[in-house]
Design a protein. Structure first.
Length: 155
């Protein structure tokens, strides 16, 4: 099974995922980087020109393809959980860890959906999905402490 990291944009999914993959000796995939490889575009540029629904379509296809892999640490996009089909894929093919970070600490620069909407309203729409999908929730903090907590909870 894979280990999926979910959470708001800027919550630390990629940073935690890279470190966790090293500690667990598992390969790491960042869904935003995978989006760039597949489309040749930045997610924010794609959303600005094609719209969020088109972005979510591509994101869902990428997630389905990645879910066919086994034994990876995968940092997802912050809104991947907004689609029921994605929540199902995450739960069926891996263990899901929600990286929860204080909203005041979330960066919004370069994050088109966080700029278009207030971070608070975006979070309120997504919060139930994060909580429903996650098997494990870890509060953002010192990275080594977070990794230790994740490893403890994965046992």
């Amino acid at each position: 099974m894979n280990i999926y990291l979910i959470g708001m944009p800027g919550s630390g999914k990629s940073t935690v995922g890279r470190r966790l993959s090293v500690v667990m000796s598992l390969p790491f995939i960042d869904c935003d980087e995978e989006f760039r490889v597949v489309t040749g575009r930045e997610p924010s540029d794609f959303i600005a020109s094609e719209g969020e629904p088109a972005f979510r379509d591509v994101e869902s296809r990428i997630l389905r393809k990645l879910s066919e892999k086994n034994g990876f640490v995968i940092a997802t996009g912050g809104g991947v959980i907004t689609r029921e089909e994605n929540r199902r894929v995450l739960k069926e093919t891996g263990r899901v860890i929600y990286i929860k970070r204080d909203l005041a600490d979330l960066p919004v620069e370069g994050r088109i959906l966080s700029v278009r909407n207030s971070v608070e309203s975006l979070f309120e729409k997504r919060r139930p999905f994060y909580e429903e999908t996650a098997e494990i929730t870890v509060e953002s903090g010192q990275i080594d402490a977070m990794i230790a907590r994740i490893l403890e909870l994965l046992k």
